[in-house]
Design a protein around this ligand. Structure first.
Ligand SMILES: [Zn+2]
Length: 204
């Protein structure tokens, strides 16, 4: 994909994610792997009203090649996630209430979800009987350290659809922007189901 096309696709996606309420208060960041490297949102802009000048471009080595805004500190985590798999071509990072709360309720390194038909919306899943394991990492303002932990985790348990950062949000990934959008929508649906189920079981 060319960078102009990537920016256009991410502007449209930002509008959609904003309408869902998943990128409040300029939160979140988005990226696409392009023919030259990567296009990533700059820090601090409302993700529902992005413009082409709100993006930065990086080469395949992670060096900034274009754009005047500040890179988000989280750009480094995007680049680390791309390095895990050549299949990944789009990463969308969101700050939804469900992802923020459910990740805090999960003490383990993995949020395990099973029993939902919606799991089949995730690449590689064919049954509700399988267990979908989303890795959960403690939040850290030291993004290189966090990126290092994500890379280490992937070495023993491959990361496929995304990761949760505790009390922070979701990084969803996919083979293209369409698949990443489907993954984020399915994961948010599943997070909401899990939150509701846990509330009802606690009160029941
Ligand atoms: Zn964030």
């Amino acid at each position: 994909m060319q960078s102009a096309q990537a920016k256009h696709a991410l502007i449209e996606t930002g509008r959609w994610l904003s309408e869902q309420g998943w990128v409040p208060a300029t939160g979140g960041n988005f990226s696409i792997r392009t023919e030259q490297g990567f296009v990533v949102t700059a820090s601090g802009h409302d993700k529902g009203t992005l413009q082409p000048e709100h993006f930065l471009e990086f080469d395949t080595e992670g060096a900034q090649t274009s754009g005047t805004g500040h890179p988000s500190a989280e750009t480094e985590l995007h680049l680390a996630l791309y390095a895990l798999s050549p299949r990944t071509h789009c990463i969308l990072h969101t700050h939804s209430v469900a992802a923020t709360v459910l990740s805090r309720l999960t003490a383990d390194h993995s949020l395990d979800i099973t029993g939902y038909e919606m799991q089949k919306a995730l690449h590689g899943y064919t049954s509700h009987l399988e267990t979908l394991a989303i890795p959960v990492f403690d939040n850290d303002q030291d993004i290189p350290a966090l990126a290092g932990r994500v890379t280490e985790y992937h070495a023993h348990t491959p990361i496929q659809h995304g990761v949760l950062i505790r009390g922070h949000g979701l990084y969803a990934m996919g083979a293209d922007i369409t698949e990443t959008r489907r993954h984020i929508e399915a994961l948010e649906f599943l997070f909401n189901c899990e939150l509701t189920r846990r509330q009802l079981e606690k009160n029941g």
